[in-house]
Write a protein that binds this ligand. Structure first.
Ligand SMILES: C[S@@+](CC[C@H](N)C(=O)[O-])C[C@H]1O[C@@H](n2cnc3c(N)ncnc32)[C@H](O)[C@@H]1O
Length: 353
């Protein structure tokens, strides 16, 4: 058993400002240890922890899992937590071997673009207690306030994981039984990730340790990639017309807040250079946009090596046309099915006129 990092440098006063490691923190350490071989085999280079708190998990990984120097990102909204993580790193003498970046921010918001598909190991012992909102004023309350169903922050972290994880990336996250694993698993699936429970531990409450991962073979496992945006433009356009929206809000994505601009840029699918007969404009990623209505376009893009047909509403951001929240991205097999149904749907449409 790997020794737990020493936290003897903390006083009671420190624990009035940061989360004092508890059963959930130790569950995360145990899960990591149980997956030691799997993690080491992948030789993680970039390791990121959401909500590092005292720094116990980041330091644990730095001390025992890295054969060579690695790059750590310890993120917390709480400035005391960032400072505490640094202290724990130093107190356990890992700062001379490993590089630690402390970032005080909301999940990985400012890092997403730079770290897209680069994170090999992601950790999170999130605020998972069901509360009215996760957006609480006191920093110390952020340690537990999980919002509706306790999953507001969790859902955003899964969405970010789908962008951050490298093809060999692993994500270990603590959750509660009442956070509804099936819903989290489906959400992960929608983002092209697999989720499974690797450890369950009963204390006064049942805690779960979820392993979320992606592989080149399975990603994106889901056929449909959800895209949404919090932009004012797309919010207002959502009210215009409900007919083409896939913004379900189903149970799965409820509470999920994302910023479409942080989506990994959809790569341009090679357009057919010969075909210039169909009028089109060029999208923000160089893709061809075929207009089907006011600010509604069809395009072909690639996401992690797979082509998608997008039918989406765009909005104008200071002269730049950007994809909005309303729309759908169909993977190849869905597109084929759609084509098969085309005549039937067309018939029904004509009959209903
Ligand atoms: C339950 S504590 C876990 C602390 C530590 N990782 C552990 O296992 O002991 C959750 C941590 O997440 C931080 N946190 C909560 N919401 C966050 C967010 N949206 N972005 C970054 N950090 C957040 C809190 O400040 C807190 O330090």
């Amino acid at each position: 058993m790997f020794p737990t990092p020493s936290l003897l440098h903390f006083t009671r006063d420190d624990y009035s400002r940061i989360y004092e490691p508890d059963a959930d923190s130790f569950l995360l350490l145990d899960a990591l240890e149980s997956k030691f071989k799997k993690i080491q085999e992948r030789n993680p280079f970039i390791i990121l922890e959401f909500g590092s708190g005292s720094g116990i998990a980041t330091t644990f990984v730095a001390k025992h899992f890295c054969q060579s120097p690695s790059l750590f990102f310890a993120i917390d909204m709480n400035p005391h937590a960032c400072y505490s993580t640094k202290r724990t790193f130093q107190h356990n003498h890992v700062d001379d071997k490993q590089c630690l970046n402390l970032v005080q921010c909301n999940l990985a918001d400012p890092l997403i673009d730079r770290l897209t598909a680069k994170v090999d190991l992601l950790l999170f012992n999130p605020p998972y207690v069901p509360t009215e909102t996760a957006n609480v004023e006191e920093m110390i309350d952020r340690t537990f306030a999980g919002g509706e169903q306790g999953t507001e922050v969790i859902q955003r972290s899964i969405e970010q994981a789908s962008r951050l994880l490298s093809p060999k990336g692993l994500f270990y996250m603590v959750a509660l039984e009442e956070n509804d694993f099936d819903m989290l698993s489906e959400l992960s699936d929608q983002y092209g990730l697999n989720a499974e429970i690797v450890l369950k531990r009963r204390t006064l409450i049942e805690r779960l340790l979820i392993d979320i991962y992606c592989t080149e073979q399975t990603m994106p496992k889901s056929k449909e990639r959800l895209e949404d945006s919090d932009s004012e433009e797309s919010k207002s356009s959502n009210n215009d017309n409900k007919s083409t929206s896939d913004e379900e809000p189903s149970k799965k994505s409820k509470g999920k807040k994302s910023n479409g601009e942080n989506e990994p840029p959809a790569k341009r699918a090679k357009p057919n250079e010969e075909d210039t007969t169909v009028p089109s404009t060029t999208g923000p990623n160089g893709e061809r946009l075929y207009e089907i209505g006011k600010l509604r376009f069809v395009s072909v893009s690639q996401f992690r090596g797979k082509p998608y047909v997008n039918i989406r509403e765009y909005y104008d951001d200071n002269g730049i046309r950007k994809p909005g929240r309303k729309g759908i991205s169909l993977a190849g097999d869905q597109w084929e099915k759609f084509k098969e149904l085309f005549d039937q749907i067309d018939k029904e449409l004509k009959a209903s006129k």
